[in-house]
Write a protein that binds this ligand. Structure first.
Ligand code: KG4
Ligand code: ZN
Length: 334
């Protein structure tokens, strides 16, 4: 069978990333240009600045991607683009680049939902086997999704308010950590002991999540200590917070695995880089006899390779977009 080379473009937030993936599973180059150092000064992503940075970076990233893979545009079979959800101005830069390349070189354009990209990042561990349960944990999403086949997404539950990554970033700010706080909070948590009592949010039988109450509980605890002129231990607070988050995610994931009798679990999205969660998910897999897949750290946060991998399977299914494809700030997983 002929090898298929997909160029994947991702620009939904503050990373400009382009990658070339062979047959959906072999990453030949994955160039990521991060804007963290710029947005750090503002405590979070400034959308207008992010779009302007994408414009500056995208052609440089594209050239480097081809150089690293030692390929040219003539080797590419199709162009996969993460068209949404995300920041509209950021998405548009990647989308216009993808459309221009598609038009100039007469290559098919494959639309990829950003979260489908995160899910397919697991293809670099091993090709997805179905049925599988996907625990999606990112800066904008927290969902449990059942997949019986490629691109078949059955949402079992999702967050009713904040996404788990968003909650990490907000709690990190309370502790005084710079943006993006999630990875730093995780590091701190691994050094601390969970000594503070925090509520387990939405501790019910549903598959839904809620993280805004937990965030408020951390803020309140911080205020109480400030009023008493006492100091909280950042390490122990981080460990207490991480324990509650991980226990909550694991409890609902376990219920979904038992209810669906699913024997494959994958974790997807930026928070899948979380050390506490990675350990807990592997332990859950052992306990239930479920095969667990978590992407390597380089494919957890936003990257073009995940878009290219999802693009490969979408390409095989005959999914195509025309040049009227628009970016979407919000979009159901499909
Ligand atoms: O998937 P992603 O790169 O972007 C979105 O699609 O949202 O996820 C970014 C989120 C941020 O909220 C970031 O703080 C969080 O993932 N994150 C982490 C860790 N690494 C990234 N949260 C907790 N622990 C980590 N190690
Ligand atoms: Zn993402």
């Amino acid at each position: 069978m002929k090898d298929i080379y997909i160029l994947g473009i991702e620009s939904s937030c503050d990373e400009t990333s382009i990658s070339i993936v062979k047959n959906g599973i072999e990453c030949l180059s994955n160039v990521v240009s991060s804007q963290i150092d710029i947005h750090k000064n503002y405590g979070g992503v400034v959308p207008e600045i992010a779009s302007r940075e994408h414009i500056k970076n995208i052609t440089v990233v594209l050239d480097e991607c081809f150089q690293k893979a030692n390929l040219t545009m003539s080797d590419i079979d199709a162009i996969a683009i993460a068209y949404g959800p995300g920041l509209i101005g950021s998405l548009l830069v990647g989308l216009e680049a993808a459309k221009t390349l598609s038009y100039l070189y007469n290559k098919p354009l494959i639309p990829v939902h950003h979260i489908a990209g995160h899910i397919y990042a697991n293809s670099f561990v091993k090709p997805l086997s179905f049925p599988l349960l996907a625990l999606i944990v990112s800066g904008g999403h927290t969902e449990l999704v059942l997949m019986k086949d490629h691109f078949s997404f059955e949402k079992l539950g999702s967050t009713l308010d904040d996404a788990v990554g968003e909650c990490y970033d907000k709690v990190a700010r309370v502790i005084g950590l710079p943006y993006p706080g999630g990875p730093l909070l995780d590091k701190l948590a691994m050094e601390g002991t969970p000594t503070y009592k925090l509520p387990h949010p939405l501790d019910d039988e549903s598959y839904n999540f809620s993280f805004s109450g937990l965030k408020s509980a951390v803020i309140n605890l911080n205020h109480q200590f400030e009023q008493k002129k006492e100091t909280l231990s950042p390490k122990n607070l981080a460990a207490s917070f991480q324990k509650v988050v991980v226990e909550t995610l694991i409890k609902k994931t376990k219920k979904a695995l038992l209810d669906t009798k699913c024997k494959n679990l994958i974790v997807a999205g930026g928070v899948s880089a979380n050390q506490g969660l990675r350990q807990a998910v592997l332990k859950l897999g052992e306990e239930l006899g479920v095969e667990v897949s978590i992407p390597s750290l380089c494919y957890c946060t936003d990257n073009g390779a995940m878009v290219a991998s999802a693009g490969y399977y979408a390409y095989q299914l005959g999914r195509r977009a025309d040049l009227y494809l628009n970016s979407k700030s919000q979009e159901e997983l499909k």
